[in-house]
Design a protein around this ligand. Structure first.
Ligand SMILES: Nc1ncnc2c1ncn2[C@@H]1O[C@H](COP(=O)(O)OP(=O)(O)OP(=O)(O)O)[C@@H](O)[C@H]1O
Ligand SMILES: [Mg+2]
Length: 239
C-alpha cells in the first residue's frame, strides 16, 4: 500500500541556520487521511511543517508529494501542486475584508468558474464568513480570524492542507468550531496534516498520528492506538 501515499517525509533532518532541530523524522499522509502530529513544546512539530514548506532548512532527507520530490520547494511553489499551509497564529490581512482575504488565497486561481466554486464552497462551509464578508478581518474575534485563515487556505481547492495549531488560544466554543470544521473537511475527503496541542481531540479524529519528541519520532499508530497508549495518556492526556 504505497500507491495512495500523498505526502511523505523520509528521514528528514532540518533546522534553522546551523542549529539542528529535526534529527531523522518520518511522516506519511495517505490520500484522504487526517494525520495528527503531537508532542511536547519544542519537539519540532512546527518545524516539520516548515521543512515541508521550505521555511526551515532541510539538511538531508526527502519530501515527496504524490511521488514527486518537493524537497526544499517554497510554499508558493507548492500551491500550484495542491498543497496549502496554514501557519500558526491566525495570520489574516487585518486591513482587508473577509472577502478580500479569500481573494488573496485564490490569487493563483485564474479560471473564473473555479474561483466562483471556491468562494461558494468556503461560504457554504463557513456561513459566518458569508454573513461577514465585508467586515475587516482585523476586527473579527480570534475564532473568526482562524476561520478566515483556514478558509483562505481552502481557496486553491487543495488536495492536502497543513495546519499548525488551529485551535491554539481560542475560547472553548471556538475550539469546538475549529474541530467541527476539521471533521467536515475530512468528511469531504481532504487530506490533512495537523499539529495540535489539544491531543485528545486531534487523536479522536486522526486516521494516523505521530508523537514527536526531541526532533525524532517517538510513537505512531492510529489515533485510537495513541489515545489508548498508556504513555501518551500519561504524558499528554493528563492521566
Ligand atoms: N526560527 C527559528 N530559529 C531558531 N530556532 C528555532 C526557530 N523556530 C524554532 N526553533 C527551535 O526549534 C525547536 C523546535 O521548535 P518547533 O517550533 O518546531 O517546536 P514545536 O513542537 O512546534 O513546539 P510548540 O508546541 O511549542 O509549538 C525549538 O527548540 C525552537 O526553539
Ligand atoms: Mg509549534
Amino acid at each position: 500500500m504505497t500507491d495512495d501515499v500523498l505526502l511523505a517525509c523520509s528521514d528528514i533532518h532540518a533546522g534553522y541556520g546551523r542549529v539542528p532541530v529535526l534529527r531523522g523524522v518520518n511522516v506519511v499522509v495517505h490520500t484522504g487521511h487526517f494525520v495528527s502530529l503531537i508532542g511536547p513544546n519544542g519537539a519540532g512539530k512546527s518545524t516539520v511543517l516548515k521543512a515541508i514548506t521550505g521555511y526551515a532548512r532541510l539538511q538531508s532527507g526527502t519530501v515527496t508529494l504524490a511521488g514527486t520530490p518537493i524537497t526544499g520547494l517554497r510554499a508558493d511553489r507548492l500551491v500550484p501542486l495542491g498543497l496549502s499551509y496554514v501557519p500558526q497564529g491566525r495570520i489574516v490581512f487585518g486591513e482587508m475584508t473577509v472577502h478580500e482575504n479569500l481573494e488573496m488565497g485564490a490569487f493563483t486561481v485564474t479560471n473564473d468558474r473555479v474561483r466562483a466554486d471556491a468562494f461558494a464552497h468556503v461560504y457554504d462551509l463557513f456561513p459566518r464568513l458569508a454573513e461577514r464578508r465585508t467586515q475587516l478581518a482585523g476586527t473579527m474575534s480570534g475564532g473568526e480570524q482562524q476561520m478566515v485563515a483556514i478558509a483562505r487556505g481552502l481557496m486553491i481547492r487543495p488536495r492536502i492542507m497543513l495546519l499548525d495549531e488551529p485551535s491554539l488560544g481560542l475560547a472553548p466554543r471556538f475550539v469546538q468550531i475549529v474541530f467541527e470544521t476539521l471533521r467536515m473537511l475530512k468528511a469531504e475527503g481532504l487530506s490533512m496534516l495537523v499539529v495540535e496541542q489539544n491531543a485528545a481531540q486531534a487523536l479522536a479524529i486522526a486516521d494516523h498520528a505521530y508523537l514527536l519528541e526531541l526532533g525524532r519520532n517517538r510513537l505512531e499508530g492510529t489515533g485510537t492506538e495513541l489515545l489508548e497508549n498508556p504513555e501518551t495518556r500519561r504524558l499528554y492526556l493528563g492521566d
